[in-house]
Design a protein around this ligand. Structure first.
Ligand code: ZN
Ligand code: ZN
Ligand code: FE
Length: 761
């Protein structure tokens, strides 16, 4: 029996090689008919035997094309039309704005073999791409995704390129960034003054400079990177000194998985993600013997590693044969530099040379960062290679929602139907540049995805600029959402669970419903409600933000709360090594309650222990004290410290005085830091279990969702996971969005939707 099937597919299916893929599938199944792009997505008519059609439908649904995302497939069966063969037909008129834009795609293997084939006309051409690979999101100015709406619009294709572009059987058919050496963008090598260097070949010249130890800024897909030889101590030290970045780890780029395996331990899942189309930075366990400079990731067990994802990277790594430091080019907290003129202007005190080109980046996008945990990818930063593909939810949102995120690691999101468009990583909203980027990106996303928010969700923090932005909007409904509630619901939505959970939110800072700073929270949560059932006791933060970068202040203040004047007689290095004047100031502030804020933050408790044990008293990047404490923890240590519980107004407070006293006793008895660190981690994991059991017994809830930046701590996460699963809990943590504040917007959106639904009832 012959039959014809008519298929409509919606999703990220244009500009990603979807038609050639369908073409090949149809031929494989002996079908005739055609495929084309239309205003909605992709339209297919295919006919053949019933069996072949069935197999074809299964294969389409089971799509093995990682760069495409299908939101919806509809199909109808009808009588055959008598097609003779299978064709790719020209697109039907497109003026609807709703076809989603693809993320940026790493160079494909077909393009790579051309790139390194001396006989190919694109041999060594650093902008080679096709329908399966190349820039997308970062070059799109407007929709629909056509060349005229990208930063490629100013390049007129030569005859050969336009021939490929027009030919449905060519793998560059409608590849919008299609170009070659004759008609396309070109590289130049500039010196510090922005003057072009007289070189025959930019790549060869730049490779030589890198080999000689210079720092080169190069333009990638989403912005500039600073690169230098990762085995050259002087080059790395220079980069650190010039970037004023004493400790924060740099990522490195290696040519292939094999090279990564020489530097780091790597399992199959890690290799798959490292070599996959998204090309994130993957955190891998550093090997003890290593050619790269220790300074690249000081005091770390992990290295951020990524493989080349643009032809320029491939050429540079191949030509130089180096392992390269590859770090975002920005000045301290400002966003990544992405315009040529800006690059020379802002980076001339850091970079010695610049590789620039005349294909403009329209929207800056940092590299994504992830790790593999329990065989699953866990995103720490969701950006280039993932943005702007939407997350698909089970449930449709009733309104178009804008969720503004938090002020640290800002990511906002917009929703339409069951699609959640998470923005690229915007950064910390503490300077004008980032704030501008936040506002511009919101309007860019609204336009690109044709979303007109009628509901806006924001964090309750009175000083967040993201919240100020939200509150200033006109003609929209606005909902403020508690930070840790958003964290937990983000984790629930990430895992697509809707049942009530025990939500455990551990982070550095979040504005609490009582006006204090929360961060060690045990919440009973569903999408529209939370109840705070337990938390760390409040302890003082003397002097606000300053104390966060100087954890010794918080540690000292806590010691005074616990020991009073006896603190001075403790005779521990932590106090003995501090300046007496400073000690007196903190003591005075604590005693007289001057300029103290109060927090239940688990992140700060890690900072305190890090400071007390002498691991880190002041920090140079966010989370440093806690990270360095984690890195030294002895995995074989199973001891724990004491802590107490106090009942207050039906809530449990976790009292930490005994914990601190135990740690001080260990310090005084000369116990080593790796033991103290491990015992502390074990204790926190124990708190998680104890509170989960307490809530299960009183509320009958058996699922635990973890969220917050503290759960980037693998030593802790491993232990919490083991304790909870051993005790029969359902365990949920983040995968698709970060556990840190970069995942908050998702929770805000889902809560806002649920609250509005509740109001409508
Ligand atoms: Zn390609
Ligand atoms: Zn050309
Ligand atoms: Fe947070």
């Amino acid at each position: 029996m012959e039959t014809r099937v008519i298929i409509n597919i919606k999703g990220v299916v244009q500009g990603v090689g979807f038609r050639p893929y369908i073409y090949a599938l149809a031929r494989e199944h002996n079908l005739s008919g055609f495929v084309l792009n239309n205003t909605e997505g992709v339209y297919i008519e295919a006919e053949g035997s019933n069996d072949d059609i069935n197999d074809f439908l299964i294969a389409v649904k089971d799509k093995k094309l990682p760069q495409a995302v299908i939101f919806d497939i509809q199909y109808d069966q009808t009588d055959p039309a008598g097609y003779k063969q299978f064709d790719i037909r020209k697109s039907e008129h497109r003026d609807v704005k709703s076809v989603p834009i693809s993320r940026d795609l790493a160079t494909c293997t077909d393009c790579l073999s051309e790139l390194f084939d001396p006989a190919d006309r694109r041999y060594g051409y650093p902008f080679i791409n096709c329908t399966n690979c190349g820039p997308r999101f970062t070059i799109v100015k407007d929709v629909p995704y056509d060349r005229r709406n990208t930063t490629m619009s100013e390049f007129v294709m030569c005859d050969q390129c336009s021939g490929e572009y027009e030919d449905p059987s060519d793998r560059r058919f409608h590849a919008q960034p299609n170009a070659c050496d004759i008609c396309g963008p070109k590289l130049s090598l500039l010196d510090k003054e922005g003057e072009a260097m007289p070189v025959d070949d930019v790549i060869t010249g730049a490779a030589r400079l890198l080999t000689e130890g210079y720092i080169v800024a190069l333009k990638g897909l989403g912005g500039f990177h600073l690169a230098c030889d990762a085995t050259n101590q002087e080059a790395v030290s220079n980069l650190r000194a010039r970037k004023y970045r004493e400790y924060k780890p740099f990522a490195i780029m290696v040519n292939n998985a094999e090279a990564a395996g020489q530097l780091c331990e790597m399992n199959q899942e890690e290799e798959d993600v490292l070599t996959g189309i998204q090309r994130p930075i993957v955190l891998l366990k550093k090997r003890a013997v290593n050619v790269i400079v220790e300074d690249i990731a000081p005091n770390q067990q992990y290295l951020g590693v990524l493989l080349p994802y643009s032809p320029l990277h491939h050429l540079l790594l191949e030509k130089s044969g180096l392992v390269l430091v590859m770090t975002s080019a920005n000045i301290s907290a400002e966003p990544i530099v992405y315009k040529d003129a800006d690059a020379v202007d802002r980076l001339r005190n850091i970079a010695d040379f610049f590789i620039v080109h005349n294909r403009e980046i329209h929207i800056r996008t940092d590299d994504s960062v992830c790790r593999i945990w329990q065989g699953k990818e866990m995103l720490l930063r969701r950006s280039r290679g993932l943005t702007p593909h939407p997350l698909l939810m089970k449930k449709e949102c009733s309104a178009h929602i804008l969720a503004c995120g938090a002020d640290l690691k800002n990511v906002f999101c917009l929703t339409r139907g069951n699609q959640v468009y998470m923005s690229h990583h915007i950064g910390d909203l503490d300077n004008v540049e980032t704030l501008t980027s936040f506002e511009k990106s919101i309007s860019h996303f609204k336009g690109k995805f044709d979303i007109k928010p009628d509901l806006v969700a924001y964090d309750l923090h009175p000083k967040y600029v993201s919240s100020k932005y939200a509150r200033a909007l006109d003609n929209v409904r606005k909902i403020g959402i508690q930070h840790h509630f958003a964290h937990i619901v983000s984790c629930m939505a990430d895992n697509e669970i809707e049942e009530k959970v025990i939500g455990i939110a551990f982070d550095g800072t979040g504005f609490g419903a009582d006006g204090n700073i929360w961060g060690g929270e045990f919440l009973l949560c569903d999408y529209n409600h939370f109840e705070r059932l337990a938390h760390l006791e409040y302890f003082p933060i003397p002097g606000g933000d300053h104390a966060v970068v100087e954890p010794w202040r918080i540690a000292l203040s806590l010691l005074f709360r616990i020991y009073g004047n006896h603190m001075m007689k403790l005779n521990i290095d932590f106090i003995n090594q501090l300046d007496t004047d400073k000690v007196m100031i903190i003591k005075h502030m604590t005693e007289k309650n001057i300029n103290l804020s109060w927090t239940s933050s688990m992140g700060r408790l890690f900072d305190i222990v890090s400071a007390l044990t002498g691991v880190r008293r002041e920090i140079y990047y966010e989370g440093q004290a806690a990270i360095e404490l984690e890195m030294i923890a002895d995995p074989d240590e199973s001891g724990v410290y004491n802590y107490n519980l106090k009942d207050s107004e039906g809530r449990k407070e976790i009292m930490i005085a005994d914990l601190i006293k135990d740690i001080i006793a260990d310090i005084k008895s000369g116990t080593d830091r790796k033991t103290i660190s491990a015992k502390f981690h074990n204790t926190v994991a124990g708190m998680v279990l104890d509170m989960s059991i307490f809530i299960r017994e009183s509320k009958g809830i058996n699922s635990v969702a973890l969220s917050g930046g503290v759960f980037q701590n693998m030593f802790l996460l491993d232990r919490v996971h083991r304790l909870l699963t051993d005790n029969g809990f359902n365990f949920y943590t983040h995968h698709r969005v970060p556990t840190n504040d970069g995942g908050i917007a998702l929770g805000q959106a889902v809560i806002a939707d649920a609250l509005v639904e509740l109001l409508m009832k």
